[in-house]
Design a protein around this ligand. Structure first.
Ligand SMILES: Nc1ncnc2c1ncn2[C@@H]1O[C@H](COP(=O)(O)OS(=O)(=O)O)[C@@H](OP(=O)(O)O)[C@H]1O
Length: 330
């Protein structure tokens, strides 16, 4: 999860009066959260969220990457940047070679950490590309209704996503003076109950999944696991969805493979900028590149814990038509 570079100022605000009416609980990493419009929102993001709900104006060409934390955000940021900007930068001069993807595609929340929209958002080159961890139901309604902007959503097996998030949060404290992280079993219990940043995960995933069924031209639903198995065809699919298909000439030059390669886990992880740099002053760029594998949850969670998650997924997500059967296979 990303944290805005500056936290909101402290005067009594709409946010503070609202906060008094909301249920509050710490996340497993100790970060205080509140239940706002059905989602668990880290309190430091409530003000940006209120501000963007009030002020955000979609452009017809905007591209929004949506994801839960640790579902593949960094990877998709890199891919979207490379696809959209392929005419501006040859692969061997791509800014991705020298800059962490989170600095090239900023989160929408980050543009709104003061009351007004940050002018940088309006000045982004077209098409504007940004990301969010917010669920669909709290995005400004204009995003779906008054524009032809596009949403690319990436989901991931919640078991792997949970482990990835936990490993990240054990290394990086988002708020230095908050409570220490809970032990694994207690954190997992909270996750299974949907109490985690931007959760419940099933509502996050199903919100975008249903929107992709209703508006396939506007919302592209991707799964991390499918992309790992066949990145090249997904790069093609994303470009087509964005209305930027690869030309015959680009195909002949092997550009789809080059972009897949440039954004691969191994390539990004081993770049100097991602081995050494930091984000927001204290988050190591390297912590966005841990293992990049499918099924690492097996090294951390017991079969009973996986069974519990299966029950949650069956209860909350079966019947949605979403392919979930791969998650628990060995
Ligand atoms: N290029 C590429 N390809 C495949 N996988 C990748 C890639 N880049 C990052 N990763 C893995 O994604 C996990 C981090 O998730 P996010 O990028 O969504 O994190 S964040 O929300 O932006 O903080 C984290 O997963 P785990 O390794 O399981 O922890 C990263 O290693």
């Amino acid at each position: 999860m990303e944290k805005p570079a500056e936290l909101p100022k402290d005067e009594t605000t709409e946010e503070e009066s609202l906060l008094q009416t909301l249920q509050q609980q710490n996340n497993w990493d100790g970060v205080p959260m509140c239940l706002y419009q059905g989602i668990w929102c880290p309190i430091f993001l409530l003000r940006p969220l209120l501000s963007l709900q009030k002020n955000f104006k979609p452009h017809d060409t905007s591209i929004l990457l949506a994801s839960l934390p640790k579902a593949g955000t960094t990877w998709l940021k890199a891919l979207l940047f490379a696809i959209v900007n392929r005419d501006r930068f040859p692969i061997d001069q791509s800014p991705l070679l020298t800059t962490n993807p989170h600095k090239l595609v900023l989160s929408l929340e980050c543009y709104y950490y003061v009351d007004q929209v940050n002018p940088d958002l309006e000045n982004l080159p077209q098409p504007r590309v940004f990301s969010t961890h917010l669920p669909l139901n709290v995005l400004p309604p204009g995003f779906m209704i008054n524009s032809t902007s596009k949403i690319v959503y990436v989901s991931r097996n919640p078991l792997d996503q949970f482990i990835s998030e936990r490993e990240f949060l054990l290394k990086n404290r988002l708020l230095p003076d908050c409570e220490p992280p809970l032990p694994l079993d207690q954190a997992f219990d909270m996750f299974c109950e949907g109490v985690h940043a931007f959760g419940p995960f099933w509502e996050h995933i199903l919100g975008y999944w249903r929107a992709s069924l209703e508006n396939p031209d506007r919302v592209l639903f991707l799964q991390y696991e499918d992309m790992k198995r066949d990145t090249v065809s997904h790069v093609r699919k994303i470009a087509e969805f964005l209305g930027l298909p690869f030309s015959d000439e680009e195909e002949k030059r092997g550009m789809v493979g080059e972009i897949s390669q440039l954004c691969s886990f191994e390539k990004l992880k081993n770049l100097e900028t991602n081995k050494t740099g930091v984000l927001h002053g204290n988050v190591a760029n390297s912590s966005f590149f841990r293992k990049g594998e499918i099924g690492d949850w097996r090294n951390h969670l017991s079969p009973d814990m996986a069974e519990r998650m299966k029950e949650v997924i069956d209860a909350k997500m079966s019947g949605s038509g979403l392919k979930l059967d791969n998650y628990f296979k060995s």
